[in-house]
Design a protein around this ligand. Structure first.
Ligand code: ADP
Ligand code: ZN
Length: 731
């Protein structure tokens, strides 16, 4: 803010930099009208072209503007300012991801109605006056309101079981006075002493270390590496308690928060109150209230999806990233960032500890721990009587399924045994729909997405062919569109719907549930299904990776992996890591209680290191091998990668621009540019895509290099778009 009031000059123009939620590289300068108070962090309404938008008063300088041309700030919202740590965090992410700071700020401003204070509601409170005559209805009202608290008119009537006019009558006689009731908190305040669990010695040691980290303050990352069911959650709850005891707010990130209803209840069992939820399925009104109450500090703990990192915390003192290896933490569009990594940065800026938890840590986090950058806490045993399932492979080369089926005799036998014991089975196949490919048996025609380079997936329940990349869908025809032959279209390969069909054929009397993210009814329906499974209302569950995460099905004693090789098939160097993590997680669904349990992996490559690691339980061998492999190839975390995706309406435009960028690459000894090559999805939603891969060393200045490359390259014109993805998920 400038305020130069030298004497003898005309009245000075006060101005302020305001970051607006647009692809703006810098804040814009606005005039601060007389009598208006703004400070860095203030949320303001400003004119922008023909519209008005909410923006944040920023710290940094702006481009010089003629003071006479400045437009005034319209309004300062009556809202706690965005704190300095959060502002630095925004600048840091913008610079790291090569995104416009305005686009990062946009993620902070996603609950516009929250900038105005929540309204107070009108309520009624008992006075000393007595009614002129008593009826039984009136007596009930007085009895109900005897607590001396303020009630809403309808709330009181409802609680007393009378009509609102009875309440009105009493008010008119002065028996109740009108008072204003402040907004209700979205959640109660957690009580750190509510129900502390007795921890095992191992758990206690980790909990003590975490509590010390929180109490001593200062940044630092702890990786809790513990098998599923070892009590990681139990232990990091103690870190949350420590943060709350020090009057700080805490954030718990979860990859599938909308589905982990059980988590909220578990938190409530420990702290006597639920955490506030934050994710994209939250109703808008609730989003606004949570946003506001986080800013005001009445919400102390948030359990949220990755976007919860951009809530306006004022006193954040701990972030927990549960299932830290989960790919859902990576945001791919607009500002591509990995929430796990950004949580670590946020902790660093805020000077507070960060806890990462996983049964199968990412290679990145494991190496960070091995090299001493993170502390590592290991929980090696399941809590109490729960034991890990017995794991075996089924070699499909030797014992294949019957013709047209996907379940081997060995798996079917175990399913039958499990049914006989009245226990539950889970069949896992990470593929939605009925079949991944449909073709014509007469002419060989394959159904392909018109806008993407991908096959259409048949969804038989819906009677449609669907593109899993862009959502394109069409009715499944009866005749081949190429040769016109009727009734000769065949489904190739399995999806969960097809496996369900096979299961019903074998076990017509079993209660079978299919769980996948495209179920009609959305998140609500999924939650109900998950509850039903946990309550034992299903015998056989067939699911995609949705079922892998965090659910506790006490009666599930058999897990069958229909196609353990599926994730290994693509050429991605991360494929082994991902498959290992996913399969470990899914098989971990079995044996959550004392019952004996079994995990069976159907595979054509039982000798693959991933299968061996899972079956032998020797995760360490897998990690050592995978880490050595990455180091040898200079792949993350030993080297650095970034993708530059060039997309355009035509293939020629995209390819031409990508090559021009390649030629513009500055010379650097430690950084190479590979490609351009067709992107992993070469055609997406009608746009052709090419990718340059930038490969550097651990300490290379990737951002500086890419900035220079983009500046030296041709101007982006026509339909061309260029986007940068630092630390891409697949490479
Ligand atoms: P993880 O997060 O490692 O999968 P959890 O914290 O979910 O493990 O614990 C697994 C199960 O064991 C849960 O049902 C939890 O309530 C129970 N549990 C773990 N530790 C304890 C403990 N110290 N006291 C009581 N129950 C525990
Ligand atoms: Zn498509």
């Amino acid at each position: 803010m400038t305020d130069d009031s030298r004497p003898g000059r005309p009245a000075p123009v006060r101005s302020a930099p305001v970051l607006v939620p647009m692809p703006a590289e810098r804040p814009y300068t606005y005039q601060v009208p007389d009598g208006m108070d703004v400070a860095p962090g203030s949320i303001v309404r400003v004119p922008l072209g023909p519209r008005e938008v909410a923006g944040i008063v920023w710290d940094s300088a702006t481009d010089p503007v003629d003071p006479k041309k400045l437009k005034p700030i319209s309004e300062v919202f009556d809202c706690p300012p965005i704190d300095q740590e959060t502002r630095r965090f925004v600048d840091w992410i913008a610079s790291y991801t090569l995104s416009a700071p305005g686009m990062v700020a946009r993620m902070l401003l996603r609950a516009p109605a929250a900038f105005d204070p929540e309204p107070w509601t009108e309520g009624l409170r008992r006075t000393d006056a007595v009614p002129d005559r008593m009826t039984s209805a009136r007596a009930r009202v007085l009895e109900t309101a005897d607590d001396g608290l303020a009630w809403t008119r309808s709330g009181l009537a409802h609680a007393a079981g009378v009509s609102s006019t009875v309440v009105d009558g009493l008010r008119d006689q002065g028996v109740f006075e009108t008072v204003m009731i402040p907004p209700r908190p979205v959640v109660a305040v957690p009580d750190t002493g509510y129900a502390r669990s007795e921890l095992s010695a191992d758990q206690q040691a980790v909990a003590d270390a975490l509590r010390a980290a929180v109490d001593n303050g200062g940044p630092g990352v702890t990786l809790i590496d513990g098998v599923t069911g070892s009590g990681k959650t139990e232990v990091y709850f103690e870190a949350v308690a420590a943060a709350l005891d020090r009057n700080r707010q805490a954030l718990i990130l979860l990859p599938e928060i909308a589905l982990t209803h059980a988590f909220l209840e578990r938190f409530q069992d420990r702290f006597g109150a639920k955490p506030a939820e934050w994710h994209s399925d939250l109703p808008p009104r609730m989003r606004e209230r949570v946003w506001r109450q986080v800013a005001e500090g009445s919400v102390r703990v948030v359990a949220g999806a990755r976007s919860a990192l951009f809530l306006p915390f004022q006193e954040l003192g701990l972030i927990v990233v549960d299932e830290e290896h989960d790919p859902a933490y990576k945001q791919e569009d607009r500002v591509p960032y990995n929430a796990r990594d950004m949580a670590v940065v946020r902790g660093h800026i805020g000077g507070f500890p960060v806890v990462l938890a996983s049964a199968t840590p990412s290679i990145e986090s494991r190496v960070n721990a091995d090299q001493g950058r993170y502390a590592r806490a290991v929980l090696s045993a399941r809590f109490a009587e729960a034991s890990l399932p017995d794991l075996r492979t089924i070699d499909l080369r030797r014992a294949p399924p019957a013709r047209g089926g996907f379940l081997s005799p060995a798996l079917l036998t175990e399913m039958r045994n499990t049914l006989a014991r009245q226990e539950q089975s889970l069949l896992f196949l990470n593929r939605r729909g009925y079949a991944p490919l449909t073709l014509c048996r007469v002419c060989g025609h394959r159904f392909q997405c018109p806008d993407c380079s991908s096959w259409l997936v048949e969804h038989r329940f819906r009677g449609q062919l669907v593109c899993h990349h862009c959502g394109h869908h069409e009715k499944r025809p009866d005749a081949c569109p190429e040769c016109g032959t009727f009734d000769h279209l065949v489904a190739c390969g399995p999806g969960v719907e097809r496996v369900a069909e096979e299961v019903v054929g074998h076990f017509p009397d079993a209660r079978t549930i299919v769980l996948s993210s495209d179920l009609l009814g959305g998140v609500k329906r999924l939650r109900l299904e998950l509850e039903a499974i946990a309550n034992g209302e299903a015998d056989i569950v067939i699911g995609t990776q949705l079922v892998a995460k965090g659910h506790n099905f006490p009666n599930m004693t058999l897990v069958g992996i229909v196609d353990a090789d599926l994730g290994l098939a693509n050429g991605d160097p991360r494929a082994a890591e991902r498959t290992f993590q996913l399969l470990s997680q899914v098989t971990g669904r079995a044996g959550r209680t004392g019952k004996k349990s079994l995990g069976l992996l159907q595979t054509y490559q039982p000798d693959h290191p991933v299968m061996r690691a899972i079956v032998s339980g020797d995760a360490e061998a897998f990690y050592q091998r995978e880490i050595a492999e990455r180091e040898r190839a200079g792949l993350p975390p030993f080297g650095r990668l970034a993708g530059i995706i060039v997309s355009a309406a035509t293939r020629a435009e995209a390819e031409g621009h990508a090559w021009a960028l390649r030629r513009a690459a500055p010379a650097a000894a430690d950084i190479q540019v590979l490609g351009p090559a067709e992107a992993p999805i070469a055609l997406l939603a009608g746009r052709h895509r090419f990718r340059l891969l930038v490969h550097g060393e651990r300490r290379s200045d990737m951002q500086g290099f890419i900035r220079a490359l983009l500046a030296a390259g041709p101007k982006v014109r026509g339909s061309v778009r260029v986007s940068v993805d630092i630390d891409p998920q697949s490479f």
